[in-house]
Design a protein around this ligand. Sequence first.
Ligand SMILES: NC(=O)c1ccc[n+]([C@@H]2O[C@H](COP(=O)([O-])OP(=O)(O)OC[C@H]3O[C@@H](n4cnc5c(N)ncnc54)[C@H](O)[C@@H]3O)[C@@H](O)[C@H]2O)c1
Length: 310
Amino acid sequence: MDLQGKRLLVTGGAGLIGAPLASRLAEDNQVVVADDLSNAAPENVPDGLEFVEADLTDPEAVAEVITPDLDGVFHLAAAEKYVDTDDPRQQFEANSSMTHNVLERMREVDVTDLAYTSSSTVYGEAPRPTPEDYAPLEPISVYGATKLAEESLCSVFAHSYGFDVKVFRFANIVGPRFGAGVVPDFVEKLQDDPTSLTILGNGRQEKSYMHVSECVDAMCHVVEHAEGPLSVYNLGTRTTTSVDRIADVVSEEMGLDPDYEYTGGDRGWTGDVPKMRLSMEKLRALGWQPSLTSDESVRKAARELVDLTR
Ligand SMILES: NC(=O)c1ccc[n+]([C@@H]2O[C@H](COP(=O)([O-])OP(=O)(O)OC[C@H]3O[C@@H](n4cnc5c(N)ncnc54)[C@H](O)[C@@H]3O)[C@@H](O)[C@H]2O)c1
């Protein structure tokens, strides 16, 4: 889809990725943001954009925001991420029903262009770098299982109902927003206690981190250039960063030298995939490459977060 002069909906458009994506799309398109603000503040909605506060687990709310005049939907809204919560059933039901609601309503009003944000967690513990056609897909967290279930729904609508769906399997996306994720977690912990830092696991977890600015850029490139009906793309960096390295970078950016304490074990939590690196070859073949390494992405986000605290 040519991203010019379109009317587009961004669900989760007040979030870490959704807000800069909505702003970027609004440079050349008319953008509506829908978000229930469960994980964002009202001031996170980009200025000047049409905004609807809506809980998309409710089909009636979805019907209000997905209208026949739309040209496409970027569906990013999701409850919780990364970790399995105390209530994984609620997380599974909220996210899968939200995506099903979005797809059903799009079919009803004949809006068939969808960008869906999935995750590297669908691969489970896979050989690295992991390409998009790697199988079998055996997630090890309920979050990953939910994303895989939602991808399956997208596949149905692409193959049976004439949809054009772009599925993005994100690495860890980092940027200037407090919330889930290791970089903001370390900044917050070090604000509370500048002398020591508790690290989940053994610190040797090694994953790919991509800055949100590059994530948004890559998403727009894929939407404009990939051919449907169902295109799946990894979005990440070619390199990885260890959790220990992230601790060092955040400490440096805060001008601190804390002692590290480890909770132990090779993963941070049940369902954590300790080592993740995605193949970026398919995206490179489509004409897009990240310009920041994983370490550079982490440092940029750490600096932005520290600036937010000043
Ligand atoms: N950030 C990452 O590293 C990462 C990695 C893999 C996949 N993803 C996926 O990318 C998408 C965006 O992630 P993000 O990091 O911007 O997350 P985020 O939490 O910052 O944004 C999600 C937004 O969805 C909203 N939301 C939650 N439940 C809702 C509901 N019922 N109705 C309407 N809005 C609701 C939240 O208020 C929030 O603003 C999510 O689908 C997430 O699972 C993110």
